[in-house]
Write a protein that binds this ligand. Sequence first.
Ligand code: ZEM
Length: 292
Amino acid sequence: DPNDARTVKDAASPKQVDYQAVYNAIAESLEDEKYDDGSYGPVLVRLAWHCSGTYDKNTGNGGSNGATMRFAPEANHGANAGLEHARNHLEKIKQRFPEITYSDLWTLAGVVAIQELGGPYVPWRAGRKDGNVENCTPDGRLPDGDKGADHIRHIFYRMGMDDKEIVALSGAHALGRCHTDRSGFDGPWQYAPTTFSNEYFRLLFDEKWQERKWNGPPQFENKTDKSLMMLRTDMALTTDPAFRKYSEKYSKDEGAFFSDFSSAFSKLLHLGVPSAQLSEPVSLKKVEDQAP
Ligand code: ZEM
């Protein structure tokens, strides 16, 4: 009955997306023995972070709404080198679920990777809209790995993050590695770079770190076997007293890290998205927690 109010409303509302189905498709796509350490998870987390971390609380622009890294100016920012691997990987998911926006897809993929690689549940809301090239952010809004605590604060305070959130978010370096052909830095932060844990914080304190002598940009190596790395910004989490309060705690208490990371990462993924646009939190179950 076209005069039934419910029918009219349903016809006008946007196409429903089965986000758990999208989640599962991404989860199934993560493992690939030919890619890096065997998983697309880490680079998907980096994409979710870089598409969101451009937010500027003073002007309200930037952030995940818009997915403006699809366009040349932002895709070519030095900080985003290598993220085409993540964007191209997700293009296959977008083709299967064309009704999801890129901005929802990229942030959702970050949640999938954290949850499926052993991390905490991360609250996520849908409703981001894709922007166009005029919405691209200026270069320089993401942090440089060769700088200190002042720089980190300057970048993250602009997003509206505090010291605790900065340290918690940095724990994402449990995942993945640096690539000489992307950032110029080299190597993973921990021995199991496809497992989300507080291992990054434990190693920051339990390993001895020394400057690596090489032709590349300044970074640290662990004395034990020189196979692990830390950036200057990672080391600042132990040398700056306010940061150290949290990094020390997370090195001993994985539960505290998981809880603070979940809140901070969720906040990051929604920065700058008008709340009127966002859905209620979407239940996104880990594959292992779904009924068989
Ligand atoms: Zn990262 N990050 N990051 N980061 N990051 C890299 C890789 C990854 C910094 C940084 O300079 C770099 C956060 C914060 C900060 C991830 C997640 C998050 C790389 C290596 C660099 C240089 C890129 C490459 O060569 O491929 C700095 C300076 C940061 C703050 C001070 C936050 C916050 C993150 C998420 C919450 C992840 C998962 C990777 C690994 C990517 C991969 O491909 O393996």
